[in-house]
Write a protein that binds this ligand. Sequence first.
Ligand code: FDA
Length: 307
Amino acid sequence: MELLNKLVVTSLPLVPLPIVRRLASRYIAGETLDDAVRTVRALQAEGACATLDVLGEDVVAKEQAIAQRDESVRTLEAIAREKIDSHLSIKLTSLGLKVGPPGQGTTIDPAFCRENVHAILEAADRLGIFVRVDMEDSTCTTPTIELFRDLHREFPRTGLVLQAYLKRTEADVRSLPPATNYRIVKGIYRESPEIAFQGPEEIRASFLRLLRRMFERGSYVGIATHDDALVRGSLEIVKELGIPPDRYEFQMLLGVLPELRRRLIGEGHKLRVYVPFGAHWYGYSTRRFKENPTVAGYVFRALFHRG
Ligand code: FDA
């Protein structure tokens, strides 16, 4: 079945777009800000809170990055206006970290990206909304951490994502201020064995080791996983170190294991759902399909389901 899943995922570009869109709909709130607000309200009714993500990574034209910045600011304004319980998550490659003329490759442009992120953080600060910087592939790790380090001084209500599969993360935690608000994740991009742990057990062990370090340094941590072993391991660390409820939360992706989400909420833990929305849904959804152990079944059902 695993092989079949892999085959189906590699063949996704051949699957008709309306079918991919139908499959993607479980992971995406919709294309508009209204769809996003509606989804957050439904999650709040369940006892969860949210972080909104305006989809659109790997932007290479400056105008697109500026449009993405403006959409992020509009999203912050909607969070405040609609009084929904949500943060904002941003990706630096959608805000101009890598820009370049069409067809001529890209260069890292932290100064242009910094201007865009600064504008978003200024708006968030004015509106009292927390913003988290997502972590992308390893070509982005150093510029993302440097930009975060720089802007965090001016905007302390900003958090960062670190990836447990990267061997450097332990040193990054040591070098970042203890007051950093983290989201810890396994890491989703394909990285080489030189820089990243490859085996699931090594990655789990690293995740729990890093969580412990972050707590020991006094940081707030968003524990972002759907892996039951990591949920249990994290709760053991919380208990052992006597971490109070205002120092951590669980985080999950929209459309993934809602039963685990409800269980954690039922046990009294704070639970935040990552809610992506917007027109650029294809790349994000493809990553979710790759993680989904039953995607082949979904694709076949969607292909053969009529009406
Ligand atoms: P794992 O992949 O082992 O999943 C555990 C179980 O969950 C699976 O066995 C399956 O049952 C279920 N499951 C997982 N994914 C599924 C899916 N798509 N569909 C259906 N079932 C699924 N990564 C990154 O590199 N940078 C980032 O900024 C972020 N941000 C982020 C935010 C939040 C809130 C979360 C939860 C995750 C991220 N990630 C991320 C992704 C993260 O790195 C990782 O790839 C995924 O969370 C999957 O890893 P798990 O820990 O959930 O374990």
